[in-house]
Design a protein around this ligand. Structure first.
Ligand code: C5P
Length: 407
C-alpha cells in the first residue's frame, strides 16, 4: 500500500518549532509529509529545515511559477489523505472559517476534499476572544477536527489555554483521523477506561501495573474521530490526551469507578483499564519509615470494586453495549468466555499479555473478539490504533443493526 500522505501547513507562530518535531513523529509512523510554509511561518522555521525533515520540497507561494508548475495548489491539497494545520494561528482559523483564500495555505484549505485537522496555537486572550471561539465553532460544524490548545505558559509570557498540542498528541489525532472514515458513531455517547490504577501504600508509594494506556487511549481517540461523544477516564499514563474528548484523570480504582458512575448514562462502555484487583486495606497517613530492628511492614490487601461488573449490572443506567478486555497469559479464550459471563458484559477483547508478546507498553496488539456464543473473531496482529479502528467498525455495525431492527 502506498504511504499515506499528510499535507502539513505550518503557519506563523512560535509553536512552528514543534512542527519540525511533528514531522519526525509522522515519518516514524511511515507517513509521507509534504509541507506548506506560510510567509509568517517562514519567519519562525526555515524552508530548509522543513524540507530536510520531510524529505520533500516545501511549498510556500501561490503565485510562484516554480511552485505552480511543479505542483498546483489543487493537486497539493488533493494528493494528501489528510490536511493538518500546525500551528493554526487565529488569523488562519478566521480565514478558514470564512472561506478566504489569499495565499497558498488558505487556498489549499479551501480546495481540499480531504479531512482537515487543526492544532491551534496563540495567546490565551486571542483563543478566548469571541471571534476565535465563533470561528472554531464554525470549523467544527464544518467537520474540521481540533486538537488542543493545551493549558500552560505561552511564549508571550501569559498563562492559559493557547499552547499548541504536543507533537505526540497531534500524531495520535492524525492516526485516529486516518484510521476512521466518516463519522459512523455521530450522536453516540461512549466512556472508555484506560491505563493502570495506582493504589497508595502511603503518601509516596503505590502499587501499580505495567499498563501503558496505549490501547485504551487509541480506542478513545478512534471513537472521538468517529464522531462519538467520548469521556476517557484514565489512570496515570504517559500517553498524550486524545483530541475532541473529555479526559478525566484518576489514580485509584475507587476514583475510577466514581468518575465512571458520575458520567452515566452512556451508550457504550469500554473497559480497557488494567484496574488493580486489590488495594492496601489501611493506607498509611505518613511515609512508612524503616529503622534498625523494626520489622518490615506487612501490607494487608482488600478487594477493589470491579468497575466493569458494576457498570454492566442490569438496570436503567446500564449502557447498551459493555465491552471488557481480558488480558491473559494462558488459556486465552477459556478465560475470556468465563469473564464475559462473570462480568455480565456483552463483548470481550481477549489479548495475550505474556511478556514475550510485548503487548504491555508496545505499539501492537493481537486480539480476539468474543461475543456471546458466536465464534470468536481472531484479528491479525496490528497497531493498537488499527485494533481501535476495527473495534469502532464493529461498534458502528452493532448500533446500525439495532437501529435497522427497531425501524
Ligand atoms: O478480571 P480482570 O481484571 O481480568 O478483567 C479485565 C477487564 O475488567 C478489563 O476490561 C478491565 O478494565 C476490567 N476491570 C474493571 N475493574 C476491575 C478489574 C477489571 O473494570 N476491578
Amino acid at each position: 500500500m502506498a504511504a499515506r500522505r499528510i499535507l502539513l501547513i505550518i503557519a506563523g507562530g512560535i509553536a512552528a518549532y514543534k512542527s519540525l518535531e511533528l514531522i519526525r513523529r509522522l515519518k516514524e509512523r511511515d507517513l509521507a509529509v509534504r509541507a506548506i510554509l506560510t510567509k509568517a511561518g517562514a519567519e519562525f522555521v526555515t524552508p530548509l529545515a522543513v524540507a530536510s525533515l520531510a524529505g520533500e520540497p516545501v511549498f510556500s507561494e501561490l503565485f510562484s511559477l516554480t511552485d505552480e508548475a511543479e505542483m498546483g495548489h489543487i493537486r497539493l491539497s488533493r494528493e494528501a489523505d489528510l490536511v493538518v494545520v500546525a500551528p493554526a494561528t487565529a488569523d488562519l482559523l478566521a480565514k478558514m472559517a470564512n472561506g478566504l483564500a489569499d495565499d497558498l495555505a488558505s487556498t489549499a484549505l479551501l480546495a481540499t476534499d480531504k479531512p482537515v485537522l487543526v492544532a491551534p496555537a496563540m495567546n490565551p486572550q486571542m483563543w478566548q476572544h469571541p471571534a476565535t471561539l465563533r470561528n472554531v465553532a464554525q470549523l467544527r460544524a464544518d467537520g474540521v477536527r481540533v486538537v488542543g490548545p493545551n493549558p500552560g505558559d505561552t511564549a508571550c509570557g501569559e498563562t492559559g489555554l493557547g499552547r499548541m498540542a504536543e507533537p505526540d498528541q497531534i500524531a495520535l489525532a492524525i492516526e485516529a483521523t486516518l484510521a476512521i472514515a466518516g463519522q459512523p458513531l455521530a450522536g453516540l455517547r461512549a466512556l472508555v477506561t484506560s491505563g493502570p490504577t495506582h493504589e497508595a501504600i502511603d503518601p509516596v508509594r503505590y502499587i501499580a501495573n505495567r499498563s501503558s494506556g496505549k490501547q485504551g487511549h487509541a480506542i478513545a481517540a478512534a471513537l472521538a474521530a468517529a464522531g462519538a461523544q467520548v469521556v476517557l477516564v484514565s489512570g496515570p499514563v504517559a500517553e498524550p490526551p486524545p483530541a475532541d474528548l473529555r479526559l478525566i484523570k484518576v489514580a485509584s480504582a475507587e476514583e475510577m469507578l466514581a468518575a465512571c458512575q458520575a458520567n452515566l448514562p452512556q451508550d457504550v462502555v469500554i473497559g480497557a483499564a488494567a484496574v488493580a484487583d486489590w488495594r492496601v486495606a489501611a493506607r498509611a497517613p505518613h511515609k512508612l519509615k524503616k529503622a534498625p530492628g523494626l520489622a518490615s511492614p506487612r501490607l494487608e490487601l482488600t478487594a477493589n470494586p470491579d468497575i466493569l461488573r458494576t457498570l454492566a449490572r442490569p438496570g436503567p443506567m446500564r449502557p447498551a453495549l459493555v465491552i471488557g478486555f481480558a488480558a491473559e497469559t494462558e488459556q486465552l479464550l477459556a478465560h475470556a468466555r468465563a469473564k464475559l459471563a462473570s462480568k455480565g458484559c456483552d463483548w470481550i477483547l481477549a489479548n495475550d499479555v505474556s511478556t514475550e508478546t510485548g503487548v504491555f507498553g508496545g505499539g501492537h496488539n493481537t486480539v480476539q473478539l468474543v461475543r456471546g456464543d458466536a465464534e470468536p473473531e481472531a484479528w491479525p496482529r496490528s497497531t493498537k490504533m488499527a485494533v481501535a479502528a476495527r473495534l469502532v467498525a464493529a461498534i458502528a455495525c452493532h448500533f446500525e443493526s439495532r437501529r435497522t431492527a427497531a425501524a
